[in-house]
Design a protein around this ligand. Sequence first.
Ligand code: FES
Ligand code: MG
Length: 574
Amino acid sequence: MSNNNKKDLRSRDWFGKTGKDGFIYRSWMKNQGFPSDEFEGKPVIGICNTWSELTPCNAHMRELAESVKRGVWEAGGFPLEFPVMSLGETIIRPTAMLYRNLASMDVEESIRANPLDGVVLLCGCDKTTPSLVMGACSVDIPTIVVSGGPMLTGYFKGKKIGTTDVWRFAEDHKTGKISDEELLEAEGAMCRSQGHCAVMGTASTMASMVESLGLSLPGNAAIPAADSRRKVLSHESGRQIVEMVNDDLKMSKILKREAFLNAIKINAAVGGSTNFIIHLMAIARRMEVDLELDDFDEHGSNIPLLVNLMPSGDHFMEDFYYAGGLPVVIKEMSKHLNSDVITANGNSLVENNKNAECYNRDVIATLDEPFQEKSGTTVVRGNLCPDGAVIKTSAASPELMQHKGRAVVFEGIEDYKARIDDPELDIDESCIMVLKYVGPKGYPGMPEVGNMGLPKKILEKGVKDMVRISDGRMSGTAYGTAFLHASPESYTGSVLALVETGDMIEVDVNNRRLHLDVSDEELERRKENWNPPPHEFDRGYVNLYIEHVEQAHLGADLDFLVGKSGSEVKRESH
Ligand code: FES
Ligand code: MG
């Protein structure tokens, strides 16, 4: 069913105009050298680019845009590339997450305000994917995602390395196992090609998410950025978006609740990042799809782990691609997946991947013989987190899933940094480290500090893991028994804000419980003496963010951005 009836294209409301308005809409565009017939009813395809030299993971995306354009031209469309705010995870202070919602506003308004019939979203580094998808959802025109692809695997002293090794290097450097010079050499060895983090961190998780939601062509998640097949996928996506416009295949036809449940299951099977939860919740709420934190536990916590990738396993995204990539995982998972929801090419997810072949069973397991029986994220509750906290069980220590320990409390990340390696700090490996004020409002922006490193004196004993609790996030490249996203956050005066060093905390993951053993009367007494720590933001975006950001269990979007406004703009610009 072709809808490419010239009058139906929203771009006609600009370029199809006659008289003065049409003249103005077209004339200035012609300074780029476009012939008149480009404006006569071709689907106009926006290429929304997060290219930036300050986002190294996306720095190659001008090249990918050229491949997308070839595909668009070839299919009879008219491609126009435009930049949006780009968030470089490693550089932006205080945390890229603070700006995810701001970038999504840029994307939403840029799409709606311009004469676009369809959009290709070029994204890669962690926050660039959710910000683009969230913004596009609130407009809801045909949209396809092309991820930038992971870096090639790094090699250091003959060993494969990737982002997860940053945490190991930091520990080894702390305990003197590697020197300053070796650390410097490792820096260059790890990031040796274009692309995003080469492990199943947040960027790869997001690339897998868009593929499993059906927002990209099959195979999007794993093709390395430096592989020419990444350009082939870009080219094909350029062709496909024109088809999608012809068929009016807009986001709401793809992003049904069942597509979100498929994505939750596949994320569990690949051992994806905990950030997946926050971003998928935010996307669902933009799309007005009913999704709750408990869906992640109900649909995701009984799924076996099918990939052996860092940080939960041994291999890298490049190995994943050579083993067959996400299509193999989807095929393995097919009996758990909904096969009615359609994807960007009009077929269902199961249909698209039914012929996938696995070339390396050490990287992708079968459903019958998984790497772990249960993966995914578990949602716990208790007085410490009445609205939930999450733990990525595949990256945690089984022996700490049931534990009782004495709290060692840090009143903020600066307090943690100042005291963690103090030999006098009264802490041993049975203690539970609690970090406050790193939630959405409290930091602000909910940084990835929830996997706070262990004290030096404990690392020196050879201990690798301890229980950690916070209202912050954890990098998708990190590991450890970390309870994250505790909601409501401590900055709101929740029980998490009232924990004191020496209190006992009970952890019981099987029974989904995280409990502070302090009486309600005592907590009430503490609450009376509690005041939120002061923050220094009284103007601008950050102030707006603190006032309007929702709690983690809802996706940490700004309250006024939830939902969508559609693509219509009723007023002329002249
Ligand atoms: Fe960009 Fe890891 S820093 S993906
Ligand atoms: Mg990250």
